[in-house]
Design a binder for this molecule. Structure first.
Ligand code: ATP
Length: 341
């Protein structure tokens, strides 16, 4: 039975659920425990000066349902009464939002915490397996998502509860291992003396890898944009772009394997973020999984761990909805980030 912990006091329905990224904000309303969430069109954050205006115009003006509570996932640290978003000028002011939007309560969580909530119960139709692992184990999991940055969270399974562990795992060190890495790494620009995973495994990171390959080989740089590199690489139109995807997959596999070791993630490692879905054919090739398993003396353990690409179009919203329905399934700490009117 799920334990009733001090964090599990349910929020009152209807609950407004929001996933606020740097570019896009996605919302839905959960009428009650049983109903499917009512989804609203994706909002471009640049179209509204404040998040409160965006919710009013993009959600509340489009429905007769008045939510009593809100759960919002945002990119950035959650501290204090004014919470600025990373990569977007919006600031969340929970007390003013409660008053302005007629809510009773607001809970704010980290965007990768929401991704972690989502992977607790993603079904087959919303994930694509990469390689062979032992499916279906109820055990700790990890989610990492290359997008604008590299988000990481663990999901610990303990005492019949899923406990999301957000952190800054995207900023772990990455070093060269192969002969080819040793030729390319000198052309990557360190930040304060080091190369972190996020410098390689996000949109900007893909460009960094591509540029380093071109510099190492003394070739001109044709592309400036990650989408151009991935489409040329996937189509096999450009050798440097194709190698970029191969190395991106290798480095992602290495970091994913390290995180699996850290969290003993026998329940699986999940690749979220916008880029994983877009480069899925590259991740299906051998490099990602080979690098993931290449963790002597624990390769046997890694071979048994399944890896997936999250294909759910609104995974974070789905995660928040499962939390809203049954908070007692999750050990989600809410101190300092739950406000009442
Ligand atoms: N086809 C593609 N191949 C590789 N990278 C891409 C592609 N399309 C977009 N990107 C890069 O993906 C990054 C955006 O990632 P993502 O779509 O996950 O957004 P995000 O970080 O979740 O932010 P938001 O939630 O605000 O949209 C950008 O750096 C962008 O340049």
């Amino acid at each position: 039975m799920p334990r009733n912990n001090s964090y599990s006091h349910p929020l009152p329905f209807p609950i407004l659920i929001g996933d606020i990224g740097g570019t896009n904000a996605r919302f839905s309303i959960l009428i009650d425990v049983y109903a499917e969430p009512k989804e609203f069109p994706i909002i471009q954050t640049a179209d509204f000066a404040t998040i409160d205006e965006a919710i009013q115009a993009g959600v509340l003006d489009k429905t007769s349902v008045q939510p009593r509570a809100a759960i919002l996932a945002i990119a950035g640290p959650i501290r204090g009464e004014e919470i600025p978003l990373t990569n977007c000028p919006w600031v969340v002011r929970p007390k003013a939002m409660i008053k302005g939007l007629g809510l009773e309560e607001i809970l704010i969580v980290n965007d990768f915490e929401a991704q972690a909530l989502a992977i607790a119960s993603l079904t087959e139709e919303h994930r694509e397996p990469i390689g062979n692992g032992n499916e279906g184990m109820t055990a700790s999991k990890v989610v990492l998502g290359p997008g604008t940055g590299l988000g990481v969270a663990g999901l610990i399974h303990a005492e019949h509860t899923w406990i999301p562990v957000p952190g800054e795992g995207g900023h772990v060190d990455v070093g060269p291992r192969s002969e080819r890495d040793r030729a390319i790494f000198p052309h990557l620009e360190p930040i304060e003396g080091r190369i972190s995973a996020e410098q390689l495994l996000c949109g900007r990171g893909m460009v960094n890898i591509y540029q380093a390959i071109c510099k190492a080989d003394g070739k001109p740089q044709t592309f400036r944009d990650p989408a151009e590199i991935s489409s040329a690489g996937l189509a096999g139109r450009d050798a440097a772009a194709a190698e970029t995807l191969s190395l991106f997959s290798t480095y992602l596999g290495r970091v994913a394997g390290d995180l699996a070791l850290i969290f003993m993630a026998r329940g699986g490692v999940y690749l979220a973020g916008g880029i994983s879905q877009k480069i899925l054919p590259a991740l299906r090739r051998p490099e990602f999984r080979a690098a993931f398993e290449d963790k002597a003396p624990h390769s046997a353990m890694l071979r048994a761990i399944p890896t997936y690409v999250v294909t759910h179009p609104m995974a974070a919203l789905a995660g928040l909805a499962s939390y809203a329905r049954t908070p007692s399934r999750f050990g989600l700490g809410t101190e300092g980030r739950r406000w009442k009117g």
